[in-house]
Write a protein that binds this ligand. Structure first.
Ligand code: ZN
Ligand code: ZN
Ligand code: ZN
Ligand code: ZN
Ligand code: ZN
Length: 242
């Protein structure tokens, strides 16, 4: 796919926006969610848009809701608070809304790939509902998830998002060392869960599954942040490998 290097956008009409690649997390001024990878950036003021938000088509359909007609809104429609049906975050800006069924999707969530491949070619499938407990929260709550090929690994889109946003806020904004430590200990516990899960299995399987976990988290994280091709930046990468 090819994209324009420079665009104009109706919500930021006075300046041109330039396509840029970043490994430093940013906040999208369209959907108000975190992003990484490709973004459209104003060179004259602090204004960023996810690539997915900047080039969002006015109407889309989605395979999970095949009777729906999703229309793009720059601000959430209606007076009530709305949640994205994919990531369960509150909708604060750009949103695809189906008026008939009242479903809402962030543009980045609407764009989440149905299948993600890690470096070793293992596949992770996007699911409308969890088929097993989420390895992050242990629950089967609502919202989309990714499931591994072997079905052993389920991860809420919302859980990955929450971990990331918490860790960035702790590191960049509050600089609260205790909070950083608290969050970092949650990833090893995720690895622990996976190890336990496979202890009954054949000998060589344990390490393989932990490697899958690391690769899965990385690839899922970059997809959720709006760019499935992005490498995770040093901060996030360090946080993940601890
Ligand atoms: Zn956005
Ligand atoms: Zn500007
Ligand atoms: Zn609908
Ligand atoms: Zn969402
Ligand atoms: Zn979860």
């Amino acid at each position: 796919m090819k994209f324009d290097k420079e665009i104009s956008h109706p919500i930021h009409p006075h300046h041109k926006l330039k396509l840029e690649y970043t490994e430093i997390p940013f906040n999208c001024d369209g959907c108000k969610e975190a992003g990484i990878g490709l973004k459209y950036k104003c060179l004259r003021c602090e204004f960023d848009l996810h690539k997915a938000c900047a080039v969002a088509r006015p109407r889309i359909t989605h395979p999970f809701y095949n009777k729906c007609d999703f229309q793009l809104h720059y601000t959430p429609p209606g007076g009530a608070r709305r949640r994205c049906d994919a990531c369960r975050n509150e909708v604060l800006g750009f949103v695809y809304h189906c008026r008939r069924c009242d479903f809402d999707l962030h543009p980045c969530c609407a764009n989440l790939p149905q299948v993600l491949q890690d470096d070793d070619g293992r596949a992770f499938y996007l699911c409308l509902k969890l088929s097993g407990a989420c390895h992050c929260c242990g629950g089967k709550g609502p919202g989309w998830s990714y499931r591994s090929d072997c079905r052993a690994y389920n991860l809420h889109v919302s859980c990955v998002k929450e971990l990331l946003v918490e860790s960035w806020q702790a590191m960049y904004l509050n600089v609260d060392k205790n909070k950083v430590r608290e969050i970092q200990t949650r990833i090893p516990s995720l690895k622990g869960t996976l190890q336990n899960h496979h202890h009954g299995g054949r000998g060589g399987k344990v390490r393989k599954c932990c490697e899958i976990a690391g690769g899965a988290v990385r690839i899922i994280v970059s997809a959720i942040l709006g760019d499935p091709t992005a490498l995770i930046g040093a901060v996030v990468g360090g946080f993940m490998s601890k």
